[in-house]
Design a protein around this ligand. Structure first.
Ligand code: TRP
Ligand code: ZN
Length: 463
């Protein structure tokens, strides 16, 4: 329903009363916002009717007892008139919700937290939502069986959010299409540390508890947020142009991680040469124990590793900062734009550092790679359980290699740098990419690449 529906006079009169401030709970204009962002793989992820600009999260966590209390102050803008709107939150207890400082009604159903502000919201209006919540955060099991959300570790906890795990530790618009800046403060028992994304702005201890404040000044999708609580060896160095590089390493992993993490500045140099300027105001890594999680993740500015990464995995997660983090996927269908690029960067790094050429990697995958590479086309994963399968990674990288062979190195690097610049801090989908490549290489024929390699079922007949 929209404001243009014709109203019978009695209803119109009520509406006037509501707008002029007479107490009337049902006077909110507009319709409820949607419960999803329209994602083809995760239909309930994200919400409709507003955009979040900033999250200010204040968390307090005690590992013994696994208790979290949180306050989320969210700045959002209505993209249409709203009588109600949704946030995503999984588990935990909601203690109160305020909109613009006024108590709001709310209800919960599954991961949907529905908020009904007293006054309703007008299209274009900026509003502040404050949610107080508490409880023991959940670990989620994804459709593919992997674990994400809030993962307890031996000395603390770790938050991983791809694709939907961040809704276990803060309420929000949990879909990659809505990026925002973040302030994250985490209070933990004195003696423990809390590491997050961006730059640390403060640390203070009071009554036996220490608060660490972090700030992500560039827009971030919520799945790329993280908090790591525990004991860490923190190292601060600099990368290209004085870029702050902060690594946080579980003390038991420190010795085995030192040599590979020392490569971060030179890998960032190499990546800037190939992909253009690093998109964020700091970099680094978080290394926890191998059993703390089943995979690495490209958490923004500070990728996460379960144990010391090998160089390829480090390159992969660092290059995600350009492709995946800065240029985000418009929906989870576009995952190959993250993983194909990060995987192809591993091949390029090998090629530039005395390993096999990208052509050799391509050929060996085509000729003797596992059959599951061909299970589905990279641009159309065969369901939510498959968005992290090998067609998205390896065959996605093969698509990029085919493009490189078609256009030559000069145009290829123009394309990958231009793509990162064109969508910096934004999102894009596969159709955007196809158009972009065709515009950068007029006269080249990409039809087979799109039809057979990107969108086609089965193994393409020719390498
Ligand atoms: N996207 C991560 C990366 O490429 C890996 C990852 C996250 C993953 N979640 C997953 C892999 C689930 C397999 C299953 O670095
Ligand atoms: Zn990846």
């Amino acid at each position: 329903m929209s404001r243009s529906v014709r109203l019978v006079p009695a209803v119109a009169a009520l509406l006037v009363l509501a707008v002029t401030g007479t107490a009337c709970d049902s006077g909110a204009r507009g319709a409820p916002g949607g419960s999803g962002a329209g994602d083809p793989y995760f239909p309930k992820a994200g919400n409709g009717g507003y955009d979040i600009g900033h999250y200010s999260l204040a968390l307090d966590y005690t590992p013994a007892g696994r208790r979290l209390t949180g306050t989320a102050v969210i700045t959002a803008r209505a993209t249409r008139d709203l009588s109600a709107f949704h946030l995503d939150l999984s588990g935990l207890r909601v203690d109160s919700v305020r909109v613009e400082g006024e108590k709001a009604r709310w209800s919960r159903s599954g991961q949907e937290l529905t908020v009904r502000p007293r006054a309703g919201l007008s299209k274009g209006e900026t509003f502040l939502v404050t949610v107080r919540y508490s409880g023991t955060p959940r670990t989620l099991t994804d459709p593919d069986g992997s674990r994400e959300g809030w993962l307890p570790t031996a000395d603390g906890a770790l938050a991983l959010g791809e694709p939907v795990g961040s809704m276990t530790w803060f309420p929000g618009n949990h879909h990659p299409s809505d990026k925002a800046t973040y302030d994250i403060s985490v209070t933990v028992p004195k003696g423990l540390q809390a590491v997050s994304v961006g730059e640390q702005t403060d640390m203070s201890t009071k009554n036996g508890r220490t608060t660490y404040r972090w700030q992500a000044a560039q827009p971030m999708a919520s799945y790329l947020a993280t908090v790591a609580i525990g004991r860490f060896d923190i190292t601060r160095t600099t990368g290209p142009h004085g870029l702050p590089v902060v690594t946080a390493v579980d003390p038991g992993q420190a010795e085995a991680s030192a040599e590979v993490l020392a490569k971060i500045p030179e890998i960032l140099d190499w990546a800037e040469y190939n992909f253009g300027p690093y998109p964020f105001s700091s970099a680094g890594a978080i290394v926890d124990r191998p059993r703390d999680a089943g995979y690495a993740l490209e958490t923004q500015t500070r990728p996460f590793f379960p144990g010391p990464p090998d160089v390829s995995t480090l390159v992969h997660e660092l290059v995600h900062q350009w492709y995946g983090d800065s240029v985000g996927p418009a929906s989870w269908r576009d995952m190959w734009l993250n993983e194909g690029f990060a995987t192809y960067a591993e091949w390029l790094y090998d090629e530039d550092n005395g390993g096999p050429t990208a052509q050799e990697t391509f050929t060996s995958l085509y000729e003797e790679g596992p059959d599951d590479i061909w299970a589905f086309p990279p641009a159309r994963p065969s369901g939510a359980a498959h968005i992290s399968d090998s067609p998205v990674y390896q065959r996605g990288a093969m698509v990029l290699h085919k493009i490189r062979r078609t256009v030559g190195d000069d145009t290829f690097y123009d394309i990958v740098q231009g793509w990162a610049a064109a969508h910096r801090h934004g999102t894009a989908d596969t159709a955007d990419f196809v158009r972009y490549v065709e515009r950068k290489a007029p006269g080249k024929d990409f039809r087979t690449i799109w039809k057979d390699w990107l969108y086609g079922d089965g193994k393409p007949a020719h390498a």
